[in-house]
Design a protein around this ligand. Structure first.
Ligand SMILES: [Zn+2]
Length: 324
C-alpha cells in the first residue's frame, strides 16, 4: 500500500472528525444562547455525572446508585423536552457522521470500513477527476430530446427509441446489480452517442450505494497490467490497484480497442474478464468498434467470452457533440 495515500486518508478522517466536533459544539453554543435554562440544566447534569462517578468509587448500596441514575435520566429527559419545545429536533445536538457505520473512524474491528475503501479507490485510481464529472452527470440530467426521433432506415428504429430501450436495460442492470445473474453490458457504436455519459451515470449511482467501482480506459488498464508484470520494483500501491481490477464490484472499461492488441494484452484482458465472470463480478465495456471490428481485433477467446456473457447494446445516430 502506498503509505502516502494511506496516511492521507487517515488524516482526512481526523479532519472529518474534528469538523464534526466543531459543528456539534457550534450547535451547542447556539442552543445555549437561544434556549433559556438550557445551560443551567447542562451544568446540573454534569454535576450529577461527577457525583455518580465519585459515589460509585466509594462502593455505595444499590438503592443510592439507582436513585442517582433515575435522577440523571429525568434530567436528560428535561433537556430533550426543552429542545423540542424550542423547536429543535431531539437529535439536534447529536454528533453527525458522514458514515454512520464506522462513525468516521474508517475502521470497524480493525478492518477497513466500506467508506475507507471508497476513498482508497478514488485516490488510487485518481478518480477524483471523475467525481467532478459525476456531480454533473446523472440519470436525472439525461436528455432524450437530444436524440433524433427520425427512424434510421438501416436500423429500422429512431435513435431516441433506441436510447430508451438501452436505458431500460441499464435500469435492469443497476436494479439487479447484487444478483448473480451474469448480466454484463457492452456498449458499442461511434463516439459521441452517450456511451461515456451513461457509463458515468451507472458509476455514480453504484458508488453512492457504496459499491467499489473502477473506471479505466482500456489503454491505461493494459498499461498498468504491463507495468505490474514487467517492472522489477512494483510498488504495493500498484499491486493493490492490480488486485482491485480483479476484485472490484464493477469494472468499467472505456474505449476497448484503442490499446495496442498484442498476444500479451489479449491474454491479460481475457484472464481479467474471465476471472471476473467466474466470480460473478459485473463488468461494463464500451467500445467505438463495431462487433465485426471487435472480432477482428481480439482473439476468438476474448471475443467469444465477451459475446456470450455480455448484453450488447448498439448506439447509433448523429454525434451529440456536434448537435449540442
Ligand atoms: Zn465508514
Amino acid at each position: 500500500m502506498n503509505n502516502n495515500i494511506y496516511k492521507q486518508i487517515i488524516r482526512d478522517y481526523e479532519n472529518l472528525r474534528n469538523k464534526n466536533l466543531i459543528e456539534q459544539k457550534n450547535r451547542y453554543l447556539e442552543v445555549e444562547e437561544k434556549v433559556k435554562g438550557f445551560s443551567e440544566l447542562e451544568n446540573e447534569i454534569k454535576q450529577k455525572v461527577i457525583e455518580t462517578a465519585l459515589l460509585q468509587i466509594k462502593n455505595p448500596d444499590k438503592n443510592t446508585v439507582k436513585k442517582l441514575t433515575s435522577e440523571l435520566e429525568r434530567l436528560e429527559k428535561d433537556k430533550e423536552e426543552l429542545l423540542i419545545k424550542a423547536g429543535y429536533k431531539k437529535d439536534y445536538l447529536d454528533m453527525r457522521y458522514s458514515c454512520k457505520i464506522c462513525k468516521d473512524q474508517g475502521f470497524i474491528d480493525q478492518k477497513r470500513c466500506k467508506c475507507f475503501n471508497k476513498r482508497l479507490t478514488l485516490k488510487l485510481f485518481d478518480q477524483s477527476g471523475i467525481s467532478h464529472v459525476l456531480e454533473r452527470e446523472n440519470f436525472k440530467s439525461f436528455n432524450y430530446e437530444a436524440f433524433s426521433d427520425q427512424i434510421d432506415a438501416k436500423e429500422g428504429m429512431s435513435p431516441r427509441q433506441n436510447i430508451r430501450d438501452i436505458m431500460k436495460v441499464v435500469e435492469l442492470f443497476i436494479k439487479t446489480f447484487d444478483k448473480k445473474n451474469d448480466m454484463n453490458l457492452l456498449f458499442y457504436g461511434k463516439p459521441g452517442l452517450g456511451k461515456t455519459f451513461i457509463s458515468n451515470c451507472i458509476a455514480k449511482y453504484l458508488m453512492e450505494k457504496n459499491k467499489q467501482v473502477i473506471y479505466m480506459t482500456a489503454f491505461s488498464m493494459v498499461k498498468h497490467m504491463e507495468d505490474v508484470k514487467f517492472s522489477k520494483n512494483v510498488s504495493e500501491d500498484a499491486k493493490y490497484k492490480y488486485d482491485l481490477l480483479y476484485g472490484c464490484d464493477l469494472l468499467i472499461v472505456d474505449d476497448l480497442g484503442v490499446e495496442l492488441s498484442t498476444s500479451f494484452t489479449n491474454s491479460e484482458i481475457f484472464n481479467l474478464i474471465n476471472s471476473r465472470l467466474l466470480r460473478g463480478k459485473k463488468n461494463l465495456i464500451s467500445t467505438n468498434l463495431d462487433i465485426k471490428d471487435l472480432s477482428n481485433t481480439y482473439t476468438d477467446r476474448v471475443f467469444s467470452r465477451v459475446y456470450q456473457k455480455f448484453t450488447a447494446l448498439k448506439f447509433f445516430g448523429k454525434d451529440l457533440r456536434t448537435i449540442l
